[in-house]
Design a protein around this ligand. Structure first.
Ligand code: SAM
Length: 221
């Protein structure tokens, strides 16, 4: 099954997605979303692009962070996911949150157009995460920030002994690219970057920020 159809299936079975998050976040999904969104350092009125927004699980905390005058745009290539996300927007009556069906790996984002970009549990489901990180960096304004909340195989003993058992299962269930080093891609695309990891290194938040417009070398006479 190709990735888009796989996620159309998940969109009809959101109970299963919730169950999987319960396992990988050990019941602390909300904490990890809030923590990774805090890393974006959003201000009231900011604009934020969410890549692979799924059913809009991060929309509420993103909207809380940018306030009613800010803007949240979620993109997802699964029609079913965009429908679920649009239902959530309609139910909450958010006028400044939008869900758009688009492939995040295809170029087309307007350069310098967002204050921040965010990806939760989605970057590693995309075919070319490095290209997506670079496209996200390009669509950010000077001083723009990217935060990626994602999962990778356990990085440390003793939990890493479980990798041969759990990695193939999750790879099949979620179209998971567990080999591309996404934190390294964030490091390469951003001047300032940071990585924090949890649960034996299997859950991480990678952040990058562009420099301020006026932070280049000082002019000399
Ligand atoms: C595991 S779900 C995560 C959804 C949501 N971000 C969350 O935190 O619950 C991964 C999402 O990435 C989306 N996705 C995967 N590849 C994509 C691509 N190339 N472009 C846009 N969305 C993509 C899938 O459709 C799916 O909704």
């Amino acid at each position: 099954m190709d990735g888009r159809r796989l996620y159309d299936w998940w969109s009809r079975n959101l109970w299963a997605l919730r169950g999987m998050y319960g396992l990988v976040f050990l019941g602390r999904e909300r904490t990890f979303r809030r923590r990774s969104i805090a890393a974006l350092d959003l201000d009231s009125g900011d604009s934020v692009l969410e890549l692979g927004c799924g059913p809009g699980n991060s929309f509420a905390p993103l909207r809380d962070a940018v306030g009613p005058d800010g803007l949240v745009v979620g993109v997802d290539y699964s029609h079913g996911m965009v429908e679920r996300a649009s239902d959530r927007i309609a139910d909450a009556d958010w006028e400044n949150v939008h869900a758009v069906q688009a492939d995040a790996t295809e170029p087309g984002l307007v350069p310098d157009s967002f204050d921040a970009a965010y990806a939760a549990m989605s970057m590693s489901a995309m075919p070319d995460p490095r290209a997506v990180v670079e496209a996200a960096a390009a669509c950010l304004r000077p001083d723009g920030r990217l935060a990626v909340l994602d999962a990778r195989p356990f990085q440390r003993l003793p939990l890493s002994v479980l990798n041969p058992l759990v990695v193939p299962v999750f790879a099949r269930l979620t179209d998971w690219d567990h080999e591309t080093d996404i934190p390294a891609a964030v490091d390469g695309a951003f001047e300032t970057h940071a990585l924090r990891d949890y649960h034996g290194g299997s859950i991480y938040v990678a952040t990058g920020s562009r420099p301020q417009a006026n932070s280049g070398p000082a002019a000399t006479d």
